[in-house]
Design a protein around this ligand. Structure first.
Ligand SMILES: NC(=O)c1ccc[n+]([C@@H]2O[C@H](COP(=O)([O-])OP(=O)(O)OC[C@H]3O[C@@H](n4cnc5c(N)ncnc54)[C@H](O)[C@@H]3O)[C@@H](O)[C@H]2O)c1
Length: 323
C-alpha cells in the first residue's frame, strides 16, 4: 500500500513517514522545505527518511497546482494521503498573513483538486487544529462546538481547509477526515513551539516570557500519540454521506504551563529565568480535547504523559544539538 504524506520534512510529517517506513510500507513525501524555521532541521529529518528505499520525495510547494496534480495522478489507485503541509503557528500569522492563505487555502485546494481527478482515493486525512475553537470557553472542546469565530488568521485558514474538504467530499465522493491536533511536542519538534523555545532559553540562561502570567493550560500531546491517532484514522475511512468526518486528537489531560516549565527544568537540571506578560492576541487561555469520538470510532488512546514525553524531548534535544 502506498501513502502520500505532504509536509514530510516537517515535525509531524517526519514521524508519520518514519512510522510507516518502519512497517515496510511505501511512502511518497512532498515538502517545499520552506524557511519558516531552519531548513537544516528539515534536511536532517529528510536524511533519516532517505535511508529507507521505500521512500521517495518531491521537493514541491502544494500551491504549484500542475506539479501536485502530476505527482498524484501517477500514484496507484486506493491511495491513502496524510496532508500535513501547512503554514503553522498562531503568532507568525500576524507577521506574514499571505503565507497562510498560500499554503493553507490555495495549497489545500490544490490537493483536493488533484484527489478529485485521481478518482481512486482510499482516504484523505488532513491536519486541522484546536485553534479553530477560537475563544471558546466551553470545555472540553467537542467537534460539534461552533467554530465560526476564529481569533487568528491561522485558525481561519485551517477552518477554510475543513470547509473546502467537506465540499469536495460531498461533490466528488472523496473519503476525507480532518484531525484537530492539540499542541504537539516531542523529539524532532518544531523550533517555534514552547518545548523547543523554553529548552533553548533554559540552557542558554535566557529569559522566558510566560504569557497570561502563567495562567494557561494546554492539552500537550506527545508525537507518538498523534501519529497513532492519525494512522488509526487513516485505516478507518468515514462512511455515510458525505464521506467527511472531523475528530479531535489530543490528550486526556490538560496541563498547566507552569508545570510544563517545572518538568523541563527538572529534565534539563537547570532553573528557568521567567518574565511574566499579558496574553498575546490570538492566544487562548486553556485547551482540552473531547477525544471520545476518536476512541469510539477508531480506538485512539493516548498513552504518553507529560513527564515521560518531556524526558524524551529533552534527551533528543541535548543529543541533537550537542553534535
Ligand atoms: N505541531 C502542532 O502542535 C500542531 C497543532 C495543530 C495542528 N498542526 C498542523 O499539523 C500539520 C503539521 O504541523 P507541524 O507541526 O509538523 O509543522 P511543520 O512546520 O514542522 O511541518 C509542515 C511542513 O510543511 C511544509 N510546508 C509548508 N507549506 C508548504 C507548502 N505550501 N507546500 C509544501 N510544503 C509546505 C513545511 O516546509 C514543513 O516541513 C500542519 O498542518 C499544522 O497546521 C500542528
Amino acid at each position: 500500500m502506498t501513502t502520500l504524506i505532504t509536509g514530510a520534512a516537517g515535525f509531524i510529517g517526519y514521524h508519520a513517514c518514519l512510522t510507516l517506513l518502519k512497517k515496510g510500507e511505501d511512502v511518497v513525501g512532498i515538502d517545499s522545505l520552506n524557511d519558516y524555521y531552519s531548513p537544516l532541521l528539515k534536511h536532517a529529518r529528510l536524511e533519516n527518511l532517505k535511508k529507507f528505499k521505500q521512500f521517495s520525495f518531491h521537493h514541491l510547494a502544494m500551491e504549484d497546482h500542475s506539479a501536485i496534480f502530476k505527482v498524484i495522478q501517477d500514484l496507484p489507485s486506493d491511495l491513502s494521503i496524510t496532508h500535513l503541509a501547512a503554514q503553522a503557528g498562531v503568532r507568525y500569522s500576524l507577521k506574514d498573513p499571505y503565507a497562510y492563505t498560500t499554503s493553507n487555502v490555495d495549497g489545500h485546494l490544490s490537493l483536493l483538486e488533484a484527489c478529485r481527478h485521481h478518482g481512486r482515493i482510499r482516504h484523505l486525512v488532513y491536519a486541522s487544529t484546536s485553534s479553530v475553537y477560537g475563544a471558546n470557553t466551553k470545555l472540553p472542546f467537542a467537534v460539534e462546538d461552533r467554530t465560526d469565530s476564529p481569533i487568528s488568521l491561522y485558525a481561519a485558514t485551517k477552518k477554510c481547509g475543513e470547509l473546502m474538504s467537506h465540499a469536495y467530499a460531498h461533490l466528488f465522493d472523496i473519503p476525507t477526515t480532518g484531525l484537530r491536533y492539540f499542541t504537539v511536542y516531542g523529539p524532532w519538534g518544531r523550533p517555534d513551539m514552547t518545548a523547543f523555545t523554553f529548552t533553548k532559553a533554559i540552557l542558554a540562561g535566557e529569559v522566558i516570557t510566560v504569557f497570561n502570567h502563567g495562567d494557561m493550560r494546554r492539552n500537550y500531546t506527545y508525537i507518538d500519540d498523534i501519529i497513532d491517532g492519525t494512522l488509526l484514522c487513516l485505516n478507518a475511512p468515514p462512511q455515510g454521506s458525505p464521506k467527511h468526518a472531523l475528530y479531535n486528537i489530543g490528550h486526556y489531560r490538560s496541563e498547566s504551563l507552569m508545570d510544563f516549565i517545572h518538568i523541563l527544568e527538572e529534565k534539563l537540571g537547570k532553573k528557568a529565568l521567567l518574565q511574566f506578560a499579558d496574553i498575546q492576541p490570538g492566544d487562548v487561555k486553556e485547551t482540552i480535547a473531547d477525544i471520545r469520538p476518536a476512541q469510539d470510532d477508531f480506538g485512539y488512546s493516548p498513552k504518553v504523559d507529560l513527564k515521560d514525553g518531556l524526558e524524551q524531548f529533552s534527551r533528543w534535544y541535548l543529543e541533537h544539538y550537542s553534535s
